[in-house]
Design a protein around this ligand. Structure first.
Ligand code: DCT
Ligand code: MG
Length: 447
């Protein structure tokens, strides 16, 4: 009997997920809305339940509370036309996102940071931004965005509406532009990711001064360093400066372990003349020798009075946990993110090092971001390949390995799905050979 009653009720009310009553909401600052158009009702129900089971708040109605609108398979213009028809009071307050953000968040079990690639931008507004930078409202009206109004017979009314539509789109644009600019500014601070940048923007903060004078904002250690050395670390590091740092790092590493050596990785290994930081990999030739190496190196920098900031990560590497499916995530090796003092007289090629002036005073040093990684020797070749980059080259190499060779590559290992084995490699050449690829020099990995 209970079952019959349930079925009857179910038939009358097919959308049973109007409110979220059963699942605990874990992420209070995210309210999702899934666009049913193209996605379809049953997939939408499935995704809604999936998200709720992971602690996301999902609304069935597109209300003012919704913060993240997720769409699948809709052409951007169709989606935006539809959104505009919903007469939302503040559409610019919502993130309009591709399903990719949703699926990444589901597999991460939490909302992943927003990136530009996740957004579905309004093509009409985009076009206007690029074609009509003038402030004249009439000239900013996209014929496309207002096309649906041409059925109205009264031409005066049409013009009024076009004008209003243009003004409101313009206002949205200004807001979106301001949001983008502010997010970019905040994210340029070391230690400030998209989530924090977003949070500060939503609190109405627009400048560094706003952030630093807002008593409610508590900066963490990394952000404090980020602001403290902002000027220095947002200035590119030159190759002579990178060379000088290599000498400093080498000296510290060999002092801790005389059989260990240091190699430049990242952009400088690929031949770049400037970088946002300098990346080094440490090669400890015997298994286990890397244990405790970085903390000792950091201590040495401290005693030399050149350590401005350090964030040390102990190794969490465990071959039994591989292959992992989260290939874009940070690797598990022992590593540290540092800010070091580089003295001017340590840079031999003086052209690379400008005089540092602060508050009218001349400083004899500048702050530089330095990353160190110390993998176990049997993982060295994979770590070297991964940390050399470029990010795009690595991504492509992984995709090639997976799709063309049935092998899973990351910074730790290469796994052959056909034989269920990890392929050993002493050098980068070995890895290219495993993949049936001609060796590509670091200088040619600037994709
Ligand atoms: N890398 C990685 N895993 C990550 C992030 C980066 O394996 N989660 C790799 C790719 C490039 C390399 O580490 C160094 O990273 P960056 O310093 O960010 O890049 P870069 O190419 O050195 O660029 P820049 O010259 O600006 O420092
Ligand atoms: Mg780098």
């Amino acid at each position: 009997m209970f079952q019959t009653a349930f079925l009857t009720r179910k038939r009358r009310r097919p959308d049973i997920n109007f409110t979220q009553v059963h699942e605990e909401v874990k992420f209070r600052d995210v309210t999702l809305y899934l666009v049913e158009k193209r996605m379809g009702k049953s997939r939408r129900n499935f995704l809604t339940n999936l998200a709720r089971s992971k602690g996301f708040l999902v609304e069935n109605m597109l209300s003012g509370h919704v913060t993240h609108v997720v769409s699948e398979g809709n052409a951007p213009q169709d989606l935006w036309n539809w959104l505009e028809e919903q007469n939302l009071r503040e559409p610019h307050n919502k993130h309009v996102l591709n399903i990719s953000w949703f699926t990444e968040s589901m597999s991460a079990g939490e909302p992943v940071p927003l990136e530009m690639r996740h957004y579905i931008l309004n093509p009409a507004a985009e076009q206007k931004l690029s074609l009509c930078p003038s402030s004249n409202v009439m000239s900013t009206v996209s014929p496309y965005a207002c096309q649906r109004r041409t059925t109205i017979e009264n031409h005066n009314k049409v013009f009024t509406e076009i004008f209003e539509c243009g003004a409101s789109l313009k206002a949205q644009e200004i807001l979106r532009d301001e949001r983008y600019r502010t997010m970019k500014l905040f994210s340029s601070v070391f230690g400030v990711g998209p989530k924090t940048a977003e949070n500060w923007y939503c609190r109405g903060l627009r400048t560094f001064e706003d952030v630093l004078t807002e008593p409610m904002i508590k900066l963490n250690r990394m952000q404090t360093a980020g602001f403290m050395f902002y000027e220095d670390i947002s200035k590119p590091v030159s190759r002579p400066e990178a060379n000088a740092l290599k000498t400093i790092v080498e000296e510290a590493v060999t002092c801790v372990n005389s059989s260990a050596s240091v190699n430049v990785i990242g952009g400088f290994r690929r031949g770049k003349e400037f970088g946002h930081d300098v990346d080094f990999i440490i090669r400890a030739p015997e298994p286990g020798q890397e244990d405790g190496l970085l903390p000792a190196v950091i201590d040495r920098f401290k005693s030399q009075n050149i350590l401005l900031y350090s964030d040390f990560h102990e190794s969490t590497f465990d071959l039994r946990l591989l292959p992992s499916r989260r290939f874009e995530a940070m690797d598990h090796f022992q590593k540290c993110f540092l800010i070091l003092k580089l003295k001017r007289d340590q840079v031999t090629d003086i052209r690379g090092s400008d005089e540092v002036r602060k508050h009218g005073q001349c400083r004899d040093w500048r702050a530089v971001r330095v990353d160190l990684v110390a993998p176990p020797i049997e993982r060295y070749a994979y770590a070297l390949l991964g940390w050399t980059g470029s990010t795009l080259f690595e991504r492509d190499l992984r995709r090639f390995a997976r799709l063309e060779r049935g092998k899973l590559l990351d910074n730790h290992a290469l796994y052959d799905k056909a034989t269920n084995t990890f392929l050993p490699a002493d050098t980068e050449e070995d890895i290219f050979a495993h993949l049936g690829l001609e060796y590509i020099e670091p200088l040619q990995r600037n994709a």
